[in-house]
Design a protein around this ligand. Structure first.
Ligand code: OSB
Ligand code: MG
Length: 374
């Protein structure tokens, strides 16, 4: 397979509702749709998940553009690829920048699966025809608002409620949620808002029968998380701290977590995601698929990955309509009674709606062998 052309569609889509985390509020999502063409004229799609600001990790939309355009795309156009697993090997000389790498690798996976006339999930060794999903809920002004929002999603059938927390908006709010919903699967995501100085607050969360607490401590830590896990009954799930299978191995060896949230972008692509999945499966560590407020293209890749067997816990891949007035794929992602039925069409299984894509596009850059290597 020879990659002949890569088009970066620079997109800006407004979220239906602002989404607040411990590090800030998102009003919209700026990202790239990666469209990749091979020698037969077939095309595959990927999505970059970095945000406009480096709040979640150091990558941004601008750094993704720089790294893809100056370094990664030239490496892809250089010579043919036999299998998508080769992409991460080819990208190895470039340090980190996992979201940039992943965006391109995911387009290669879609293209590869389409060439084989096979659904992406089958190409990955996926085994599920339907996947369970939960929902991630931003920090709300009051406990009453939070209970209200959760009630709505319980009624929609979502299988697990994840509530964003930060110091001052944690124990009391979650306690109120528990009082109203004694039996729901409930978890909290702190996005690194605490330190070991907050041990008393974190220990109190043990009263609330949470499935897990996600990334309570620093974004780059696994040592303090191990200390915390040793005194906490609630399982710790790592998100920000895990960028590779090596990070996963070290965290599991240290006892820093009992669960891992796999985000394809954060770990540099589907190939690395599969490695982490397989390792966690051997180690008896449950995994689930996280989200980055993706459009339908990123969502489709998440769905395909989640069909692998060790994705035991519900993920964050909610309905398109949770985020967007209109998504850029057809059909949109639809959650029915807490499950997504996995599409059986070739590649990512959803069509890109060109008209909608163009309506949210603010810029377009085309890379081809000619304009890069000449
Ligand atoms: O930590 O999982 C996270 C959104 C933005 C940045 C980080 C995170 C999130 C979410 C939302 O939790 C997941 C989603 O609904 O896509
Ligand atoms: Mg998280």
């Amino acid at each position: 397979m020879s990659v002949r052309k890569v088009i970066l569609h620079h997109m800006v889509m407004t979220l239906k509702n602002p989404f607040t985390t411990s590090f800030g509020t998102f009003l919209d999502k700026e990202f790239f749709v990666i469209e990749m063409e091979d020698e037969t004229g077939a095309s595959g799609f990927g999505e970059s998940v970095a945000f406009s600001s480096p709040w979640y990790s150091e990558e941004t939309v601008e750094t993704n553009k720089h790294i893809m355009g100056q370094f990664l795309i030239p490496l892809l156009l250089e010579s043919p690829i036999e299998h998508p697993d080769e992409v991460s090997i080819r990208f190895k000389p470039i340090r980190r920048n996992n979201m940039a790498k992943s965006a391109l690798e995911n387009a290669v996976w879609d293209l590869y699966a389409k060439r084989n006339n096979n659904p992406l999930y089958k190409e990955l060794g996926g085994v599920k025809q339907q996947i369970d999903v939960g929902i991630s809920i931003g920090i709300q002004p009051t406990a009453k608002d939070l209970v209200h929002v959760i009630e709505e999603f319980v009624n929609e059938g979502y299988k697990r409620m994840k509530v964003k927390i930060k110091p001052g908006a944690d124990y009391e709010m979650l306690k109120e949620v528990r009082r109203h919903f004694p039996d729901i699967l409930l978890m909290a995501d702190a996005n690194s808002a605490y330190t070991l100085d907050d041990l008393d607050t974190l220990k109190k969360l043990d009263e609330l029968n949470l499935m897990m607490i996600e990334q309570p401590l620093a974004h780059d830590d696994i040592i303090d998380h191990a200390k915390l896990q040793s005194v906490l009954a609630t399982p710790i799930c790592l998100d920000e701290s895990i960028h590779s299978i090596e990070d996963a191995r070290k965290a599991i060896e240290l006892g820093s977590c009992k669960i891992i949230n796999i985000k394809i972008g954060r770990v540099g692509g589907i190939t690395e995601s599969k490695k982490i999945h397989d390792y966690c499966s051997q180690q008896g560590i449950a995994v689930w698929c996280g989200g980055m407020l993706e459009s339908g293209i990123g969502r489709a890749h998440n769905i395909a990955l989640t069909t692998l067997p060790q994705f035991i816990l519900p993920g964050d891949t909610a309905s398109s309509s949770r985020y967007w007035e209109k998504d850029i794929i057809e059909p949109e992602v639809f959650v029915e009674k807490g499950v997504i039925h996995v599409p059986n069409k070739p590649g990512i299984g959803y069509d890109v709606n060109r008209q909608v894509l163009e309506s949210f596009r603010v810029d377009k850059t085309v890379f081809s062998k000619k304009n890069i290597l000449a």
